[in-house]
Design a protein around this ligand. Structure first.
Ligand code: BG6
Length: 474
């Protein structure tokens, strides 16, 4: 029998990499899987601007052994993945698909047989389509449906899986689905739905945590938040106002319930500024209180640099086209705040800052403000356009250079007492990117999508293996 306590007897730190079901599995309609919202979006919706889909993706469904073997060669001792809800329950509720359970049994058992610790997220964006048709995360029943699905997973896999996360990025997911509109169901600048999504997702997370506790699962459970550490541009006039509103907007709807078991104190007053009236029920506070997590998963790519609103209507700026567009990421919210742009910081082709120092600042700040929580860096990585040489090899020196800095900053925070216990590079191998299909690559291993999905480790793969080895020797 495996025990959670044994994990950190073997090593003081977990090193691995991460993927998500829709982005890597493929097999979109195999072995009884139901449709997810993303299957529908990418097959049917005119709002899908990627012109591609995850039908095959990296075909992890049929290549999982090869991918796991490769990860072991890379000295990684953990792997983060998600379960596709509609593979386990084709309609999100009701009938269970035993073939779906069996697929994840095989994957999990194979990892464990190789000494790799699985870390499983229950939800990474791919909502069963049937539930999306019933109002998605605005439907008040969703949190109970999610808790029910979570309980099924805990009961089935809980003897083997010791690290769980309820939901991947409740904030960023709500942002893309309701403000940007590049994720289904593609609402645009809908702040009411944006905040209601976050609220309902955190209720769902809390209910799943309660199920976990009721079953006395031996393990730890977290939620995964996209770091949106607030920094103010130098010329910001109303410093405390901008900080408070932006922090609530990007972080505190998630971090307060997850880590403190309470809603943010400033929630009511900030909601008024957005003209949002959140739907809540009487015993929600109790649910949130009992839904505190054991650890925070932090997906760390960048910060939020903000300043006072200057002029212009509320608008959002998002680059889904990489070099084909000059747009830089950001938002302007009339009368409240707007994104600031620091000319001195390099940006990637998708208009995002490359700023590894944020790793240190974010870890220190969360540690200080949220009672020294246990943290796992559940994602961190570098998206690039990539051209391999004639043998298919990618010399991804930029990825190495930037990741090396991120890791040094993480270890600096750790050495100063931050309770960070693991790091997952995004991503294990190339896979589907929500914002730029297969053009934007993140993998440590190249997948040749035009040639039988051949796997070829990149230069960063060996670099990461050496980094882990060096850390373990020291
Ligand atoms: C995170 C997600 O937000 O960022 C991943 O959890 C995602 O699923 C990653 O792939 C990188 O984002 P993108 O949009 O560049 O692929």
């Amino acid at each position: 029998m495996r025990h959670y306590n044994d994990i950190f007897k073997k090593t003081d730190f977990l090193w691995g990499s991460a993927t998500a079901a829709y982005q890597c599995e493929g097999a979109w309609n195999e072995d009884g899987k139901g449709l997810s919202e993303w299957d529908w979006f990418n097959h049917t919706s005119k709002k899908n601007i990627n012109n591609t889909d995850g039908d095959i993706a990296a075909d992890f469904y049929h290549h999982y052994k090869q991918d796991i073997d490769q990860l072991v060669i890379g000295h990684q001792n953990t792997y983060r993945m998600s379960i596709s809800w509609s593979r386990i329950m084709p309609d999100g509720i009701g009938k269970i698909n035993t073939k779906g359970l069996h697929f994840y049994d095989k994957v999990i058992d194979y990892y464990i047989s190789k000494g790799v610790e699985p870390n499983i997220s229950l939800f990474h964006y791919d909502l069963p389509l049937t539930l999306s048709e019933q109002g998605g995360w605005l439907n008040l029943k969703l949190s109970d449906y999610f808790a029910n699905y979570a309980r099924i997973c805990f009961k089935h896999f809980g003897d083997r899986v010791k690290l769980w996360a309820t939901i991947n990025e409740p904030h960023y997911y709500s942002y893309c689905t309701n403000i940007v509109g590049n994720y289904p169901p593609s609402r645009h600048l809908d702040f009411q739905s944006y905040f209601q999504y976050q609220y309902n997702l955190m209720l769902a997370s809390a209910k799943a945590v309660s199920e976990f506790r009721k079953l006395h699962i031996d393990g730890k459970i977290g939620v995964v938040h996209d770091n949106g550490n607030i920094e103010l541009a130098n010329n910001t006039k109303e410093k405390s106002k901008v900080r408070e509103i932006a922090d609530l907007f990007y972080n505190r709807m998630i971090l307060c319930p997850a880590l403190l078991g309470e809603l943010p104190k400033e929630m009511e007053s900030v909601m008024k500024l957005f003209n949002v009236d959140l739907y809540r029920e009487k015993n929600d506070q109790e649910i949130i209180k009992s839904g505190k997590v054991d650890f925070l998963g932090l997906n760390l790519y960048n910060r939020q640099l903000v300043t006072d609103w200057h002029k212009g209507e509320t608008n959002v700026f998002h680059n889904n086209k990489g070099e084909k567009s000059a747009t830089r990421e950001g938002i302007r919210i009339k009368h409240l705040f707007e994104t600031a742009y620091d000319k001195n910081i390099k940006r990637n082709p998708w208009g995002r800052e490359e700023n590894p120092r944020v790793m240190y600042t974010a870890l220190k700040e969360i540690d200080k403000r949220y009672q020294h929580p246990m943290i796992m860096i559940t994602e961190n990585g570098v998206g690039e356009y990539e051209t391999p040489d004639k043998n298919g090899f990618v010399e991804d020196d930029e990825r190495i250079r930037i990741t090396n800095k991120f890791l040094k900053y993480m270890l600096k925070a750790k050495s100063e007492g931050v309770n960070v216990r693991g790091y997952y590079h995004w991503s294990t191998m190339d896979l589907y990117s929500w914002i730029n299909g297969y053009e934007k690559r993140y993998g440590l291993v190249r997948v040749d999508f035009d040639n039988n999905l051949k796997r070829i480790p990149k230069k960063s793969f060996s670099w990461y293996r050496n980094f882990i080895e060096t850390y373990e020797k020291e």
